[in-house]
Design a binder for this molecule. Structure first.
Ligand SMILES: Cc1cc2nc3c(=O)[nH]c(=O)nc-3n(C[C@H](O)[C@H](O)[C@H](O)COP(=O)(O)O)c2cc1C
Length: 204
């Protein structure tokens, strides 16, 4: 295999390459409230689950952004789910508007009060993770923000008993450049125990 090698040190700001390799990235739609009471909303594809007990998610922000400032000042945020039908509105909330305007109003989204924290849920979004910030680290040119999930609010219509129905959740992901993606084919691949492995493939 012929591989193209890139030393990151030779290419500062290597986002165009890394952003196209670390894919697909879920898009967390992050809601915050400023100390002045402005409801802010911005998509973040640097978004992951990092712990389940306690439940902790992380988001990564780069540059001077309202989201990071609001979380630093209030300690709270809500991550809402991004869906295929909401792509246009999600993209509008990614415009670098000035701090005094609310992306809820600009994108025509419905404010839904949260149970525990002050930042709002997006009523059109199928889920919301209400978070209290636990840690915030400056790393490289970014800020990594960790939040403990203190309430999970999921639209009943995407639940089948305790199972989340992917076709109803219709998550959207970020790829490289300006490419986004919906889910493709879904495969059921059960996790193997050592016993499962040995019975299927023989002894190690
Ligand atoms: C799909 C999508 C994903 C994005 N992901 C991130 C991200 O992970 N981190 C980031 O800092 N900005 C990201 N952005 C850009 C921010 O959403 C944008 O700069 C936004 O205006 C920040 O808003 P704020 O100043 O209200 O926090 C993304 C934009 C889009 C459209």
């Amino acid at each position: 295999m012929a591989r193209r090698l890139t030393d990151p040190a030779s290419m500062p700001g290597i986002y165009s390459l890394l952003g196209a390799l670390v894919v697909p990235r879920p898009i967390g739609w992050v809601s915050t409230r400023s100390v002045d009471g402005i409801d802010n909303l911005a998509p973040h594809s640097f978004y992951q689950l990092v712990s389940t007990n306690p439940p902790i998610v992380m988001i990564g922000t780069m540059g001077e952004k309202d989201t990071a400032r609001n979380i630093k000042e209030t300690g709270e945020f809500v991550v809402c789910g991004s869906t295929v039908t909401l792509i246009e509105k999600i993209n509008i909330t990614g415009v670098d508007f000035e701090a005094g305007v609310s992306e809820f109003d600009i994108a025509g989204l419905t404010r839904e009060p949260s149970e525990i924290v002050a930042p709002l849920r997006v009523a059109e979004s199928p889920y919301a993770l209400e978070c209290r910030c636990t840690d915030m680290f400056e790393m490289g040119n970014g800020i990594v923000i960790f939040g403990e999930v203190v309430m999970i609010a999921v639209d009943e219509n995407v639940m089948d008993g305790t199972r989340v129905m992917m076709d109803a959740l219709e998550p959207v992901a970020r790829l490289g450049a300006s490419d986004w993606s919906a889910l493709g084919e879904i495969f059921d691949v059960p996790r193997l125990s050592v016993a499962d492995y040995e019975s299927k493939y023989g002894a190690q």
